[in-house]
Design a protein. Sequence first.
Lengths: 439, 439
Amino acid sequence: MTVKTNDKKGISGFSKLSKDEKLRWMAESHFNNADEVVQEMESFNHPNGDLQKTLNGFSENTISNFPMPYGLAPNFLIDGKMYTVPMVIEESSVVAAASHAAKFWSKRGGFKTEILGTVKVGQVHFTWDGDYEKLVRNFAEVKALLLEETQHITHNMRKRGGGVLDIELLNLNHLEPDYYQLKVSFETCDSMGANFINSVLEEFGKTFKRKLKQDFGAEPLIIMAILSNYTPNCVVRASVECPVSQLGKFPGEMPSEVFAQKFYKAVRIATIDPYRATTHNKGIFNGIDAVVIATANDFRAVEAGGHTYASKDGQYRSLSHCSIKDGIFKFWLDIPLALGTVGGLTKLHPLAKRSLELLGNPSAKELMSVVASVGLAQNFGALRSLVTVGIQEGHMKMHLQNILRHLNANETECEKTQAHFKDKVVSFSAVRDFVNTLR
Amino acid sequence: MTVKTNDKKGISGFSKLSKDEKLRWMAESHFNNADEVVQEMESFNHPNGDLQKTLNGFSENTISNFPMPYGLAPNFLIDGKMYTVPMVIEESSVVAAASHAAKFWSKRGGFKTEILGTVKVGQVHFTWDGDYEKLVRNFAEVKALLLEETQHITHNMRKRGGGVLDIELLNLNHLEPDYYQLKVSFETCDSMGANFINSVLEEFGKTFKRKLKQDFGAEPLIIMAILSNYTPNCVVRASVECPVSQLGKFPGEMPSEVFAQKFYKAVRIATIDPYRATTHNKGIFNGIDAVVIATANDFRAVEAGGHTYASKDGQYRSLSHCSIKDGIFKFWLDIPLALGTVGGLTKLHPLAKRSLELLGNPSAKELMSVVASVGLAQNFGALRSLVTVGIQEGHMKMHLQNILRHLNANETECEKTQAHFKDKVVSFSAVRDFVNTLR
């Protein structure tokens, strides 16, 4: 195999091209209908040029905007306050399920939340062959210097009530020769804090290297300095509860007692079986990510931290829990959420800014409460469907509608197709083939 | 606390309102500048009304589109073929890092991939107090009936070479009284398969219930029937390798041998420390999710399956691995990816359709190879920065540019601000305050 650097699909200096030139190159080297492709891609740009420039600047090599559906889940009663929650998600049934669950629980006291902690974590990883015992003895002095030499970075955050909470020295030699960590805990107030944390840690690395060389005659090798997205002490609990008797009627005339028992069992299964836990938690993140994206927070960070938390006891398990005691049905979720309502893109993305306004410009803690409640609502909605009618009934109906819309089916075609697929699997090709037989 | 159902922010019958009415209600009940908000939200709609209707239909209660930057990472040489990869992501530096790593490896043989399996999983969860030993003895007959009675659902998939591969009966009584599973494995060819799998499983549930009642005199309670997003046998391996001596020069005149050792150590740390593993894998998903979204696949499914896989041996660990042997640097990633290139929204979302065309209309397997390669490239890029100059240098520069653009700073203001923040933490408020002192 030879490296085809002269292949028309390879290119040098791409990042230096203008947006128009990038788009043109892509279209001409990858498509036969280049003009059409350019025109289509451009049609997704925002008509306001300045605003579009802002969007372009969020990432690199941008050629267009990818539109995701922006929807609303109203009637979220959380800690006594009513919210209309913005959700950005491409999957059908998610917003409908969240809205349904929100309304259901708004009549039963709503969601209650509790912030269990807001501590974030960063690490300076290093190897060192110096005198560890001496470093331990002198660590208070080292720590003081680290804090002192980052005062210019931490100044604003300290004014807001945050900053560096603690610096621990961890000896991990038993796992890897000469390997140590500075494990640092932070309070970052209403910001997610990634930039702040990373700036502090990189500065710590420099000071630490100098100090150890100077005082201990052995320079550490700083492997890397960076925040951790695992934040087991930045956690929110969201819960709902009501008497089993007040859960109401369910599809197929299922009594509330049977529903509660099946629901409890479904959560129990997600606790003991990793295959089920994965999909159970995936449903929770359907709701969580939709709000995280709508507020321009980082959903990869939230996913990573949440899933690691789900595996913290050595087996991957459900993030939500259910109990039925003394006739009370209780359902709750503990989830680590490192979110910001200032900083990052929260104010820069025009719709994220609107999302936060829609939520009443919440603090980061309040946003944690909202996001966790939506995750719990989503999980409730998914399990409610699963233990009663199954999820396919709703999914298939919506998927079929999407396909029919895409095929520009008329009313008669829609009716006939819906009847035909009542007991069949909806797939794009199957629906297209059937509609073609009608035409 | 009373439920404020009459609160102006609560509403009944919301889902039945038109899109315009939903938007109007949201604006009027949550904003003081309702007209402005309506106008702004509408400005994000696509000018083509039919196309916008298609986008609206993907989810529920949609009031607008949320634009995400659509960018390109060119020069991805994967299994000897050159790709320009579409990436949808709001985080800065991700596309730049992927592009840089792609180009770097394109000169060193490119990415090699191997599909380790394509088996997907679904489960019928049930409790039963019937004669288990007898069920085991007769399971071949039960299985045959399950397959027979889903032939109308599996027909098309079987024609394409897929279908149900196997049905296992699992006894999990030791974990939960009377709890069993039908664990079903599937081949879903070029579709992600969620709808197919769920339809088959729900039908299995019905048949199974009837059959057990009839033959064993005891009806099982089907708790739920649904696919699993944990697919440890639907895995792709992506790798890069070259002699250490050919890795080239790195920032700060770091020799390739030092770079390789620090890089190796960084991967090793992510293998032994869950705090680091979380962020390490988060970086991999920065790349993976960007392609998954650009092709309208389900990133929550991919995240959930990948993170569970990372915790499969009882501790959450790095998904990528590194070795240096006989002077050869090797870096690879094993990741479960359940993706589709047909079905779902892949053809329905206009830009997802274009993304797949841009990639040459790949099969699902080929898309797995591309996505995994981008994940590996992302990880390489992140570690490359971390073990050399740190990630803040690049991040901060881009973040500052975003903020200055937002503040409509002129050239002089930009220059002065960039100089001022050279050694300070960039935050929106700090930059705004500084720019204001210049005005």
